[in-house]
Design a protein around this ligand. Structure first.
Ligand code: AP5
Ligand code: MG
Ligand code: ZN
Length: 216
């Protein structure tokens, strides 16, 4: 299956994509994670993206399309992937259509995570992740089973994203509304859009996604 998870910052895209990757062997393609890795490595892309991400604005389409184009052509993506954070603009969605058509690949579903914007700041400012394996957690909603120890890999250091502060969240939300929300009618018109209740508890959101993927 080839799918897109679409939703505002903090909607739960990464949380659900990580679980789909673990349980269904689909590859998580998170452009946010790729950019953060580029920033950490100090690559050309990282140098260009750093300040933009810290402001909460979108990185230019040409850079993002190039990044995904390279990644999606890797052999592991043939077994199925979850796009998490891409596309985010109409130009990116059109570029993705062209890319998939050239590869002879069909996009199965676009899943909208429907959330109440008022809840998102709390989700974002409470988020942290394992510094080694990237597993995602939350101060209130998802602590590791043993406090201070990653469930997935046993590591004891965690990190927080620089853009996870109340001020930057406002810019990220505005970017979502202005540039990404127009993708909902774009995919609705193609007949691939489905919605899940992103306000439900994480396990329930996952079950709703699986029901869509399994076509029940
Ligand atoms: P990106 O990393 O994609 O950030 P985002 O879209 O702002 O989304 P988040 O990662 O904040 O949220 P999420 O939906 O993954 O939520 P999560 O599952 O972690 O992008 C970062 C930046 O990179 C952008 O601002 C931009 O600058 C740049 N960028 C990236 N892609 C780009 C592109 N294509 N074009 C241009 N620029 C691009 O959940 C959040 C928290 O809530 C977690 O702590 C989690 O534990 C908790 N949680 C999750 N689900 C639930 C639930 N159901 N109930 C309670 N808590 C929950
Ligand atoms: Mg994410
Ligand atoms: Zn870990």
């Amino acid at each position: 299956m080839k799918i897109i998870l679409l939703g505002p910052p903090g909607a739960g895209k990464g949380t659900q994509a990580q679980r789909l990757q673990q349980e269904r062997g689909m590859v998580q393609l998170s452009t946010g994670d790729m950019l953060r890795a580029a920033v950490a490595s100090g690559s050309d892309l990282g140098v260009k993206a750093k300040a933009i991400m810290e402001r909460g604005d979108l990185v230019p389409d040409a850079l993002m399309v190039g990044l995904i184009e390279q990644r999606i052509a890797q052999p592991d993506c043939a077994k199925g992937f979850i796009l998490d954070g891409f596309p985010r603009t109409t130009a990116q969605a059109e570029a993705l259509d062209r890319m998939l058509a050239a590869m002879g690949v069909k996009l199965d579903r676009v899943i909208e995570m429907e959330v109440d914007e008022a809840a998102l700041t709390e989700r974002i400012v409470g988020r942290f992740s394992c510094a080694k394996c990237g597993a995602g957690y939350h101060d209130k909603f998802k602590q590791p089973a043993k406090r201070g120890v990653c469930d997935s890999c046993g590591h004891t250091e965690f990190s927080r994203r620089k853009d996870d502060n109340a001020e930057t969240v406002k810019t990220r939300m505005a970017a979502y509304r202005a540039q990404t929300e127009p993708l909902l009618p774009y995919y609705r018109a193609k007949g691939v859009l489905r919605g899940v209740d992103g306000m439900a508890e994480m396990g329930e959101v996952y079950r709703q996604i699986v029901r869509i993927l399994d076509g029940t």
